[in-house]
Design a protein around this ligand. Structure first.
Ligand code: PLP
Length: 448
């Protein structure tokens, strides 16, 4: 299926080295080693231009390819759709967008409207614009503030970075957009000093309330949270957190926006991460796993109540959502997304994610007796974090160079793993694993 002779690998690697600007990458080392160019994917595995095979334990490096590589059924559906009708602005509808929206909403009780765009950042920007416009329409220009949480990430644009609690990502990109306010995290392994550990989840949610009261509830339109913090260290909030968060939002008339860009579409063993916690969001954003990387697509999904606020009879008031995303009208995205959902259903991938994730975590915990460096193993479904420490009692984090060395060692041995971001202010001592939802026990054993 894959043949290094199908293309001139030296030319490809050299052209990449000389002309392509890679994402999130130091380019200096490429001068010596050459960049990695991925040329083929099949199931859980990818191959580079030099012919090396890897087991990909992070689904395309950034938890995206949920249903695995080489899905011809998605490619066929996209091809058929493209030759029939590839594009028309989403000011009009199209068949796959209508069909996919209906199917998606079936999995999201309480939600009802799907707004299409192209990336997680863009989906979040749309959500922020919805919140801001509601502030102007309904609250006289008040309630424009949006709360986000320390360690959560919501995107790469200036507004979404302004709403991100990963400070090394923000470093050197300011000034930022005003009216985004950070709230503390809920991370039991590294709980804040003075926290009430007998009911830590509730205590941590109450820290959000403190910020709301400091800022003034009348100034705050939304609270934006990842259901489980992904890139910030794979952190699930403690028991009691989410019901209290929902209660606080209701009490202060604050919209709950949940960013499912990583957790959505089965990653944690349910369709969406928030569905583990029994809360009802007002806005849900998603991207990555929506079409598993077979096409660029993201969605901003709202309740009908949110949508209703944009149904304005009087045209002069300009009360409708005056936003457009050119490529939100591409049909390849929803065509791919529809088949992606069918695969997840037909192959029982939600259940598989739960079962394999549990197996992976248990196996990793089994390594703790041998390796003092493993401080904590955590996550849900196939979203797994391994926090590395110098000493389990003091929890002093290992240097980032240690995590880099481990990732390099795995790569040399044919397994691609992820890790938290480059160091600036935060802890960067966590290995992240998010293998495709098709993972087998054998794949998990290999990763371990
Ligand atoms: N939200 C979360 C939780 C993410 O992890 C990411 C990307 O990693 C984004 C939003 C931004 O998505 P994108 O890179 O598609 O803009």
């Amino acid at each position: 299926t894959y043949n290094v002779n199908d293309f001139d690998s030296v030319d490809v690697v050299n052209s990449d080295r000389d002309h392509v600007w890679h994402h999130l990458a130091h380019h200096k080392p490429f001068e010596k080693t050459g960049p990695m160019v991925i040329v083929k994917g099949e199931g859980m595995r990818v191959w580079d231009a030099k012919g090396n095979e890897y087991l990909d334990a992070v689904s395309g490096a950034v938890w995206t390819v949920n249903v695995g590589y080489g899905r011809t059924e998605i490619a066929d559906a996209v091809r058929d759709q493209l030759v029939t009708m590839n594009y028309f602005a989403q000011t009009a509808g199209n068949i796959p967008a209508a069909q996919f929206s209906k199917k998606l909403i079936e999995k999201m009780p309480g939600m009802n409207r799907v707004y299409f765009s192209n990336s997680g950042s863009e989906a979040n920007e749309k959500a922020f614009k919805i919140v801001r416009q509601i502030a102007h329409k309904k609250y006289n220009g008040k309630k424009t503030k949006i709360l986000y949480r320390e360690r959560d990430y919501h995107g790469t644009t200036i507004a979404t970075l302004s709403a991100s609690g990963q400070h090394e990502r923000r470093h050197q990109y300011g000034p930022f957009v005003p009216d985004f306010v950070e709230v503390p995290h809920c991370c039991e392994y590294r709980a804040q000093e003075g926290a009430d550990m007998s009911q830590y989840g509730v205590w941590a949610a109450n820290q959000i309330e403190k910020v709301i009261l400091q800022e003034g509830p009348e100034t705050i339109g939304a609270l934006c949270l990842e259901p489980i913090t992904a890139g910030g260290g794979v952190i699930e909030a403690s028991t009691g957190y989410w019901p209290r968060v929902a209660e606080i939002c209701k009490q202060y008339d604050i919209l709950l926006h949940i960013d499912e860009v990583v957790c959505g579409l089965g990653r944690t063993g349910t369709w969406f991460g928030y569905q583990h916690y029994g809360v009802q969001p007002d806005i849900v954003t998603m991207a990555k796993g929506v079409a598993s990387g077979y096409a660029a697509i993201s969605c901003t999904v709202t309740t009908e109540a949110v949508f209703e606020m944009f149904k304005e009879e009087d045209d002069a008031k300009m009360g409708y959502f005056r936003d457009i995303s050119t490529f939100g009208g591409c049909t390849a995205g929803p065509a791919a997304a529809l088949v992606n959902m069918e695969i997840i259903e037909n192959e029982n991938l939600l259940e598989n994610a739960a079962v394999q994730g549990e197996y992976l975590r248990e196996s990793l915990k089994g390594l703790m007796s041998k390796h003092e460096i493993i401080g904590d193993v955590r996550g849900k479904g196939l979203l797994v974090g391994i926090e590395l420490v110098k000493d389990r009692t003091t929890k002093e984090p290992v240097a980032e160079s240690v995590v880099i060395a481990i990732a390099g060692h795995c790569m040399e041995n044919g397994v691609i793993i992820g890790r938290t971001n480059r160091s600036f202010k935060e802890l960067n001592n966590t290995i992240c694993l998010a293998p495709a939802l098709i993972s087998t026990q054998q794949d998990m054993d290999r990763v371990v």
